[in-house]
Design a protein around this ligand. Structure first.
Ligand code: ZN
Ligand code: ZN
Length: 462
């Protein structure tokens, strides 16, 4: 029996002239090697040290593109290029919040992206408190005239980060709703889970025809303090008033851009694998978790594939610009490349802690591929999700346009929203061991899909 099977294995090797080449991409061997990776950390260290904060549309983001092109070339990638585009640019100004009465004290605040300015004089007004976005929605239009609307929440840490989709709307849509109700300004309890006095920034937007108003986020302890003041003052029928100064500016259309690099495959006719992260960060920190980590992880993994022989399919890296402020890089990528065939898209934009789950959106015909990936990731402590992969912000536009297959390597988000969009998002928060587990997971998946000739065409959506 043993003899026959070894003979068969020998015959199979003879029949497959590419076996030697495929052997160099043995997923398990590459996975073990990737657990020693230093490239991802090097990229995060370089971006956070040599560039620093990389807000979209600014000179800092342009320096990040220059740094990235040089780095990706030095790592041996092909077709490395910067692809500029224009986008509306908003920058932070002064930002202070002070309770004027009845308990005068300073609070820690930061403006939300796209906030209007209060002017240098600021706005001093009564605070109208809401314990949820629904409570804000429920009051009549015009009823908040001249007031500062304040919305809190009860977000908790979760491995899958699900609190963000539950409470994110307070930041994303709250300012528009408050404006429609007549509010002069809007403040929120930061959408986060830490209790440092660091407010969390992040984008908001104002709907068509809605007057932009000043909008800021208080640190979580300050928001809780304000809530206590309001409840205490209510007992004696006194209002709480606050002075808010936010002086951001709109600079109009400024240049941002994507950085693209490739590992060119042996068969250029096979649809490519697209892997993405975003290069821009908020201005408050050096953006180690969000998202220098993602760029480090995907580049380190692609380099592992490249260094062990040419893969069958092309792997394209997209280090997107201007994600934080409206996914401008993802949209520019879609507009530029919608006519090129893409097989599968993947993105890393949830920090640098361990991948704990893999989720697929692959056609039934590629079931053997997803089964092989899931089995190969068990060594890294990664389980298989029964859910459907959804991708990420930067690959969202090209996925929607081309109905692409998706694989999500989901990272542990337990501490992600402690750091997200705060001054605390710095290099020291990166755990090198967990970062390497990410690189190993990505290397494993890329070694399988970039060498597979399976048909990844998704069924047409109903
Ligand atoms: Zn991000
Ligand atoms: Zn972000």
């Amino acid at each position: 029996m043993r003899k026959i099977s070894s003979l068969l294995a020998g015959a199979a090797a003879l029949l497959l002239p590419t076996a030697a080449m495929a052997g160099t991409h043995d997923p398990m061997a590459l996975q073990i090697k990737a657990l020693q990776d230093d490239v991802a950390y090097e990229i995060i260290e370089g971006l956070t040290t040599e560039v620093g904060p990389r807000q979209a549309g600014t000179g800092q983001e342009a320096r990040a593109r220059d740094w990235s092109v040089k780095k990706l070339k030095s790592l041996g990638f092909q077709n490395v290029r910067s692809e500029p585009f224009m986008m509306p640019t908003w920058v932070r100004g002064a930002e202070t919040a002070t309770v004027v009465a009845p308990y005068p004290q300073k609070l820690f605040v930061t403006a939300l992206g796209n906030s209007a300015s209060t002017g240098g004089e600021g706005i001093t007004a009564e605070v109208a408190y809401f314990d949820s976005l629904d409570a804000l929605k429920a009051v009549p239009d015009g009823s908040l005239s001249g007031k500062i609307a304040f919305v809190t929440h009860n977000m908790h840490r979760a491995q899958d980060g699900s609190g963000y989709s539950a409470f994110g709307p307070i930041r994303w849509f709250g300012p528009s709703i408050a404006s429609q109700k007549g509010a002069a300004a809007y403040v929120i309890k930061s959408i986060g889970t830490d209790y440092h006095r660091n407010p969390h920034t992040g984008s908001t937007g104002f709907g068509e025809g809605i007057q932009p108003i000043p909008a800021g986020a208080l640190s979580l302890p300050d928001a809780d303090n304000l809530e206590r003041m309001i409840k205490l003052a209510q007992k004696s029928g006194k209002p709480v008033s606050m002075k808010l100064v936010l002086t951001p500016q709109n600079l109009g259309q400024q240049e941002s851009g994507n950085v693209i690099a490739e590992v060119v495959g042996r068969d250029p006719k096979l649809p490519m694998i697209l892997i993405a992260c975003h290069l821009d960060s908020w201005d408050l920190a050096t953006g180690a978790f969000d998202d220098a980590a993602g760029c480090g992880i995907i580049a380190a993994a692609a380099k592992n594939i490249k260094d062990h022989g040419q893969p069958l399919r092309t792997i394209r890296l997209l280090w997107a610009g201007a994600e934080e402020v409206g996914i401008w890089g993802g949209k520019a990528y879609r507009d530029a490349y919608r006519d090129q065939p893409h097989a599968i898209a993947m993105e890393s934009d949830f920090g640098a802690d361990n991948v704990w789950r893999v989720e697929f959106a692959l056609p039934e015909a590629a079931k053997a591929v997803s089964d092989r990936i899931a089995a190969s990731l068990l060594n890294l402590g990664i389980g298989r999700s029964a859910g459907q992969a959804g991708g990420g912000a930067d690959i969202g536009p090209i996925i929607a346009d081309g109905n692409l297959a998706i694989i999500d390597l989901q990272q542990d988000g337990t501490r992600y929203f402690d750091l997200h969009h705060t001054p605390d998002d710095t290099l020291d928060k990166i755990d090198p061991a967990q970062l390497r587990q990410n690189v190993a997971a990505w290397t494993t998946v890329l070694s399988i899909i970039a060498n597979s000739d399976a048909d990844f065409t998704m069924p047409v959506k109903q």
